[in-house]
Unconditional design. Structure first.
Lengths: 415, 84
């Protein structure tokens, strides 16, 4: 079939539909390295505007750190630009093995395998280690990439209410007849900014003979006293069977991810995980950058300590101003607005005030739970946060939502 | 003994509403199109029905439409000769 007018209409109608529903995504062009202050073109081609960035996953402020950039440059010089190969043909360099060893040490596991992204790690891991005799029991708020990975796996899937340990226990009891049980959760939840109750989960896993899987992408590098993630924070370091995480957030922000955990599981991924087998090796530049990131954060906890202070200041500032936020311990602070259009209007007005933050609504979050997700960084200085807070208060006053309850906001703006 | 409708309704409430969720669910409430049950967590409902009523629901029959309300589910169960 040629790409004729009828075919074109199939797609243009769907795209128009997204626009009319107000859920058409538009990119903004950032004309600078990633940082707490950036120059942005929005819409692309319009005049550049200097804004404070409150929506990057640049938790430790290492995305453009001079030491990381230099290490990446050096990597380019000594190991080249690309490998033109998957890992197992001719794409594994000494530095890939070194990074896997360093990640294993950092995460307190037995072995690690790199993937092009954590999305790929999640897409590949379940199918590689579980069969139709097994069951995967996932928290209902896990990341979309985990859901995609579970869909590619033949094991039965089931779910439990978000962080509801009694519900998880019921499901573990229900599935005692399976060969293997795997409890699946995010470490830090990306939309709510809370942490999994990993201590309880590990306890249940031991009681009901289940493996524990966590995706710690939004926690690795800064959660826990030395930044080793949710497992460190919850006192179960070394007890998690499978950890997936990303190099694309706190750990340098470029790209790349991994599966880290029990050595047999990692070896199964090397033999069977399709995104590992059929996509290119992580570029040497990124590997060298990531190695330097691990050096920096192993040397000192200064950056994660500053991020923790920033997060506390921001949470307190918003709460004192009368906003409703989701409680949590992470650098992800959702400001609850409940109504989808209100979240878009507030984000637009914040942008006019020089604050870059994004509104999220259904289907990214449940209906009636629209929000602005703010994210802190160690690159934020106090003056950035004070300015951002002043802008939030100004916009909050305009919409008369400060000090209002959830019901009052819903009564005024609808679900 | 509780009717099939009540049993399914009770299961849906317990299984899908969070403790702080104040939404009301009736037999007509759209579950999937209404954003209460997503297509991912719909699986637990299917497993519950199969276990409770000792039936096998083929994937082709377990469509989002067939599971979109308690009434739809009760109608689906009738196809499998599930009796009160």
């Amino acid at each position: 079939m040629a790409y004729n007018t009828d075919v074109r209409k199939v797609y243009s109608d769907q795209l128009e539909d997204l626009k009319s529903q107000g859920i058409f995504k538009e990119e903004r062009a950032i004309c600078a390295p990633q940082d707490s202050e950036i120059e942005v073109e929005f819409p692309i081609g319009s005049e550049k505007k200097k804004v404070i960035n409150m929506c990057a996953n640049n938790y430790l402020g290492l995305s453009s750190h001079p030491e990381v950039v230099k290490a990446a440059h050096d990597g380019l010089d000594v190991r080249g630009y690309g490998m033109s190969s998957v890992r197992f043909i001719c794409g594994t360099q000494d530095i890939h093995k070194e990074l896997e060893r360093k990640l294993t040490e950092f995460l307190g596991t037995e072995d690690t395998i790199l993937f092009p992204s954590c999305m790929d790690a999640n897409a590949g891991v379940f199918e590689a280690v579980l069969t139709d005799q097994d069951v995967m029991i996932a928290d209902r708020l896990v990341h979309a990439s985990i859901i995609d990975g579970m869909r590619l796996c033949k094991a039965q899937n089931d779910s439990f209410k978000h962080s509801d340990m009694a519900h998880l226990e019921e499901k573990l009891q229900l599935h005692q007849n399976k060969r293997l049980r795997m409890i699946i959760t995010d470490g830090a939840f990306s939309m709510d900014g809370d942490l999994a109750k990993l201590d309880k989960i590990v306890e249940l896993a031991e009681k009901y003979n289940a493996m524990v899987f966590i995706d710690d992408s939004h926690a690795s590098g800064y959660i826990g006293r030395t930044g080793r993630g949710t497992q460190e924070h919850c006192g179960v370091f070394g007890k998690i069977d499978i950890i997936t995480t990303t190099l694309g957030k706190a750990l340098g922000g470029a790209s790349g991810g991994c599966v880290s955990g029990r050595k047999e599981i990692v070896e199964m991924c090397r033999q069977k995980a399709r995104p590992y087998l059929f996509s290119n090796t992580v570029a040497p530049v990124i590997v060298e950058g990531a190695l330097r990131v691990l050096d920096i954060i192993s040397r000192s906890t200064e950056r994660r300590d500053k991020l923790e202070e920033n997060s506390k200041f921001w949470r307190k500032g918003l709460t004192d101003a009368g906003f409703i936020i989701k409680e949590g311990e992470t650098a992800i602070v959702p400001v609850m607005l409940f109504n989808a259009k209100l979240s878009q209007d507030v984000a637009r007005d914040l942008y006019a005030e020089g604050i870059y933050a994004v509104g999220f609504f259904f289907p990214v979050v449940p209906k009636g739970q629209a929000r602005i997700r703010t994210q802190l960084s160690a690159a934020h200085e106090r003056h950035h946060l004070e300015k951002a807070l002043a802008a939030f208060v100004k916009v909050g006053k305009k919409y008369d939502i400060l000090g209002k309850t959830k019901q009052e906001i819903i009564d005024k703006y609808g679900m | 003994m509780a009717s099939i409708k009540d049993t399914v309704l009770q299961y849906v409430k317990n299984e899908y509403l969070e403790t702080d969720d104040d939404r009301e669910i009736t037999c007509d409430t759209p579950l999937i199109s209404g954003g209460i049950v997503d297509s991912f967590s719909m699986v637990s409902l299917k497993v519950f029905l199969e276990t409770k009523y000792n039936i096998q629901i083929p994937d082709a029959k377990a469509s989002p439409e067939a599971f979109d309300s308690v009434n739809n589910i009760v109608n689906l169960l009738k196809e499998f000769n599930v009796q009160e």
